[in-house]
Design a protein around this ligand. Structure first.
Ligand SMILES: [Zn+2]
Length: 403
């Protein structure tokens, strides 16, 4: 345990690092008690293990399974800091007296409580279900995360999932997935699209990202089914916007063009720089080729004006010819497989409500792409854009499934 009750009844959480003096002080001075069973705890602090509390005797505590591994202690601590660093109201080892359960982390998101449980050791199916139901009975949603070290990856897209690990599968029957976390490397993964081949062999896709690059909201069921490449894309795009400007020189054509259009890399509309089908054919970064197209075709067009598909294609060809956009030779792709990324980008603009097709290859500007004026505004636009974009992707993937 990392949190204990003092004689004053208040909860104390051990800091990440404890000096030898502090350790001996805690050991000498204060008795600490288990928030669950009220028996006295001892502070365990050695050179290898993370300082933590343990029961003097583990005989009759409902909320405790000891000894706790360093891996588990580390995971709890890191996940907890992750929530608090994003401003969430989180409690490490939050104890809930009514159900006599102690969650690794109790966190509140928009008036809803979640119990985050990081599991490294195997518990019985009955215990897992009992704990889950206890949380649900008082309207707390459990979020179970598996220890990464226990995940058996046989191949890039093949995993062994034990009967115990199957209990952790969340999402919907249509989109089942698992969460896993490695506290040692601080990597968080979603194992998505789980397709069982046999009782324990599944095919699935694993997406991994450093914890600090993810927002905790991705863990919340029904809010975000799981994080996907989009999350990583979004993060990368943001850092491009912040850093590309710093490294560009005065003669950089893209930056000169942005400047001439009263735009900056940091405040490029979020609709510029999104992944579209077929974009692997273009060597230039998506954000750059889309910035050219945006400036050449859309930026100065007003609501109600007509824009032709040809205008998009001509703008692209013009920038190709001048070498500002480069193609990537992909000799193994057959012509039939090649989709036109420019057309896909136009399709995206239609889906997002900026353009309306009035005739084949002819579109009316329905809404202008908003340009953020400040970084705050940029942030707001970004969040609302990705909410819409996510809905669009979900709709697309549902349509794909139905087909
Ligand atoms: Zn206890």
């Amino acid at each position: 345990m990392l949190t204990a009750k003092g004689i004053d009844g208040k909860l104390y959480t051990l800091p990440e690092k404890l000096s030898a003096e502090v350790i001996s002080l805690i050991k000498r001075v204060q008795p600490y008690y288990c928030p669950c069973c009220d028996t006295e705890l001892v502070l365990k602090a050695g050179s290898i293990k993370i300082p933590h509390f343990a029961h003097k005797s583990n005989a009759s505590c409902d909320a405790s399974s000891e000894p706790e591994s360093t891996y588990h202690l580390l995971a709890k601590r890191k996940l907890f800091s992750w929530f608090t660093s994003h401003g969430y109201d989180a409690v490490l080892e939050g104890y809930i007296p009514t159900i006599k359960k102690r969650a690794d982390i109790l966190v509140r998101v928009d008036e809803k409580k979640y119990a985050v449980e990081f599991q490294c050791s195997t518990i019985s199916e009955a215990v897992f279900i009992e704990r889950t139901k206890a949380y649900q009975s008082i309207d707390i949603l459990p979020i179970w995360i598996l220890a990464r070290k226990n995940i058996k990856r046989v191949d890039a897209q093949e995993f062994k999932v034990s009967a115990f690990q199957w209990l952790f599968v969340t999402g919907s029957s249509m989109y089942p997935y698992l969460w896993t976390y490695c506290p040692e490397r601080n990597l968080f993964s979603a194992i998505k699209g789980i397709t069982p081949f046999s009782p324990s062999t599944v095919f699935a896709e694993m997406t991994t990202a450093p914890l600090e690059k993810l927002a905790p909201v991705y863990l919340i069921p029904y809010r975000n089914e799981s994080f996907s490449v989009t999350t990583l894309w979004r993060y990368k795009r943001k850092s491009w916007c912040l850093n590309r400007g710093k490294t560009a020189n005065l003669h950089d054509p893209l930056f000169r063009a942005l400047y001439a259009n009263r735009l900056t890399a940091a405040t490029l509309p979020i609709e510029v720089g999104i992944p579209v089908k077929g974009m692997s054919l273009i060597k230039t970064a998506a954000i750059e080729w889309q910035a050219w197209i945006y400036m050449d075709v859309l930026h100065k067009r007003e609501i109600g004006q007509i824009v032709l598909l040809r205008a998009f294609q001509q703008a692209f060809q013009k920038r190709l010819a001048s070498g500002l956009i480069k193609l990537r030779p992909l000799p193994l792709l057959s012509i039939g497989e090649k989709v036109n990324p420019i057309f896909e980008y136009v399709k995206f603009l239609i889906t997002m409500g900026y353009l309306e097709e009035t005739a084949v290859g002819s579109y009316k500007v329905k809404q202008k792409i908003a340009i953020p004026r400040t970084m705050d505004e940029n942030e707001k636009f970004e969040i609302s854009f990705y909410n819409e974009y996510k809905k669009m992707l979900e709709k697309e993937s549902k349509e794909r499934v139905q087909k």
